[in-house]
Unconditional design. Structure first.
Lengths: 325, 304
């Protein structure tokens, strides 16, 4: 009982002190700054008035706060807590880090046959998928911009100064192109476009994300999903979920702005990064092959395009599932 | 606009209730074998994880912050959205025919693919092997040329004279900012190390020619082009419909997309839009909840 008493006191301290400190620090000290919860305290890592134009390396406070958990060869995940001072919001970041040299990446283009409406969700991820996430952006049905699935072009490229194209070849090479140029499609097995670009040219934040009036809202907050590549060639998938009570709160349009999301990706060590469809579309599945149930963050609607990562295995004679469509 | 309404859930959950829940969790936890410090760490970790997963009151649930993208879903705005869905039907009139055509082409492609799968795979595999052979051959030729070059780079008077001339031309071009001329100079330097046309001929002779595309492959390629074109057309129709809807709804594209997303969010968490709770869901004002609830059936019909 004495032990239980000690534990209750410890728990009381934990429950009482942390949220109070959490409320006080980022809000009071650094309005609109981004802070990460690290070793029992909020550490500010980005301020809009001192925002770097280029992220040359990851932020050390962010790196320290990450506790990567290995799921499979070439795949790990972590989560961390993020806060902003004004307006006060708190988000949980869910991060997946994958090595495309160890995992085979493919796209699923899934529309209902009857009326061609989005039909993919992580529930449709194949049993051998280690990761599944919605890819690109879409309005009502079709994905926006360039889509290549199993080496076949499904949709033509879209144009836009803040469009980014991500292409994968069979060896695990990831090709990024930003703006109105595209990678050559030779050897590409999967590719898609998304927007807006968050980081390009080795960590550079696009000028449109630093200057108001460039066609991108710099103040709109939302639940976000982004894809980036670190300097060691690994991909990062970063999802934000509003950190509050109940699942409904996860989807309310409160979270990072676009410039803040660029800062988050830069602070995580990305050199290239782009936003994917966030809000109610954002969904992520991660699977530890040793565990029966996957980790799932579900979306609230079906999407037309899913990105799948599977273990790289020697090619077999079996017919690929997607080849026929 | 109501910016500050707190979520009722937050208000109802007190720290005290959480403490009681946390203590109950500890009392029912299995006995620990490690020392007290370790046990406390494990228990606090477990409690933190449990609370974090279920009901961590890490931030009060606030009403949405309206901005230039997220507009308040007033009754008037919801009615405009519904009217826009009705009025924008014309912009999408050609869609069903395009979908039908696309399905037909996909079926045709699927049938060809199924019938010729083995043969296509075999040809593609052979093609890949030959491409691999070309790649290796060019690499070997490059290496051979580079070795030859390194042997004569400092001794061959013709080569030295050529580089001297190229260097002078390059400097002159750089002074003028003539990037095209500079590229020509670089090409002149690289060509000494690059495989020659004779090398290419030799490689192709050794590896053999690439197998031509079979009739089935040609047909699949042609269908793929048509399918891409139809996908593009349908995407354009959908984009036009969305634009027309946004315009009729009195919003821009971003505002329209955000409004529909919030409506879907509301409907998903309020049993199809008809909420029985007196408090609005997290992220919605009372006025919004009222307007959305009032038009729940019509919204469900257009948004699915």
């Amino acid at each position: 009982m004495r032990r239980a008493g000690h534990l209750a006191l410890a728990l009381a301290a934990l429950l009482l002190s942390e949220p109070l400190r959490a409320h006080a620090e980022p809000a009071a000290r650094a309005p609109a700054a981004l802070a990460v919860w690290e070793a029992g305290a909020w550490r500010t890592f980005w301020r809009p008035d001192r925002a770097p134009e280029r992220w040359a390396a990851a932020d050390s406070a962010i790196l320290r706060s990450l506790d990567w958990k290995r799921l499979a060869s070439g795949l790990a995940w972590a989560s961390l807590r993020l806060a902003c001072g004004a307006p006060v919001w708190r988000a949980r970041l869910i991060l997946a880090r994958l090595d495309p040299r160890e995992l085979r990446l493919s796209l699923v283009f899934d529309l209902s046959r009857a009326d061609l409406r989005p039909a993919w969700s992580i529930e449709k991820a194949p049993g051998d998928a280690l990761l599944a996430v919605n890819a690109g952006q879409f309005g009502t049905s079709m994905p926006w911009g360039w889509v290549v699935v199993d080496g076949r072009r499904q949709l033509s490229p879209g144009l836009g100064p803040l469009a980014s194209a991500i292409a994968f070849d069979d060896s695990g090479r990831v090709l990024w192109t930003h703006g109105d140029t595209l990678a050559s499609s030779a050897g590409i097995v999967a590719a898609f476009q998304s927007y807006p670009t968050l980081l390009a040219g080795d960590g550079v934040v696009p000028p449109a994300l630093r200057t108001a009036g460039s066609g991108v809202s710099l103040t709109h907050r939302d639940a976000r999903l982004a894809l980036g590549e670190t300097r060691d060639g690994r991909l990062l998938i970063v999802m934000t979920r509003f950190d509050a009570i109940g699942e409904v709160a996860e989807f309310i349009p409160l979270g990072p702005t676009t410039p803040e999301m660029a800062a988050i990706m830069g602070a995580l060590g990305a050199r290239d990064a782009v936003m994917l469809d966030g809000g109610i579309s954002a969904q992520l599945l991660l699977r530890d092959p040793a565990r029966k149930a996957p980790l799932e963050w579900r979306g609230m609607r079906k999407v037309p395009l899913g990105l799948i990562a599977r273990p790289r295995v020697p090619a077999t004679a079996s017919r690929p599932a997607e080849a026929g469509r | 606009m109501s910016h500050a309404a707190s979520c009722s859930l937050w208000n109802r959950l007190s720290i005290r209730a959480l403490l009681i829940a946390g203590t109950a969790l500890l009392v029912t936890a299995p006995p620990a074998r490690a020392g007290l410090g370790d046990m406390m760490k494990k228990a606090t970790d477990k409690a933190a994880k449990s609370v974090e997963k279920k009901a961590t009151p890490t931030a009060p649930c606030k009403a949405v912050e309206y901005d230039e993208v997220v507009l308040e879903l007033t009754n008037d705005r919801v009615e405009h959205i519904l009217a826009a869905f009705k009025a924008a039907g014309e912009a999408g009139a050609e869609r069903p025919a395009l979908v039908e055509k696309l399905n037909k082409l996909n079926d045709e492609r699927g049938a060809i693919w199924d019938k010729n799968y083995e043969a296509i795979q075999k040809t593609q595999s052979k093609r890949d092997d030959i491409k691999g052979c070309y790649h290796d051959g060019y690499k070997a030729a490059e290496q051979r040329r580079a070795e030859e070059y390194s042997k004569r780079a400092l001794t061959d008077p013709v080569l030295l004279a050529k580089y001297q001339r190229l260097a002078q031309e390059n400097n002159a071009a750089a002074m003028k900012g003539d990037s095209a001329a500079m590229n020509r100079m670089m090409q002149g330097m690289h060509e000494e190390m690059a495989p020659t046309p004779d090398d290419s001929l030799q490689v192709r002779k050794q590896c053999g020619p690439l197998p031509p595309k079979s009739a089935a492959e040609e047909k699949v390629d042609a269908l793929d082009k048509q399918i891409t074109s139809l996908n593009d057309q349908i995407a354009t129709v959908d984009e036009n419909v969305a634009k027309a809807q946004a315009q009729k709804g009195g919003m821009d594209d971003q505002q329209w997309a955000a409004a529909l997303e919030r409506i879907r969010n509301y409907m998903a968490y309020s049993g199809g839009g008809k909420s029985s709770s007196k408090s609005p869901p997290c992220g919605f004002s009372s006025a919004e909840a009222e307007a959305l609830s009032k038009h729940a059936e019509q919204l469900k019909a257009v948004l699915g």
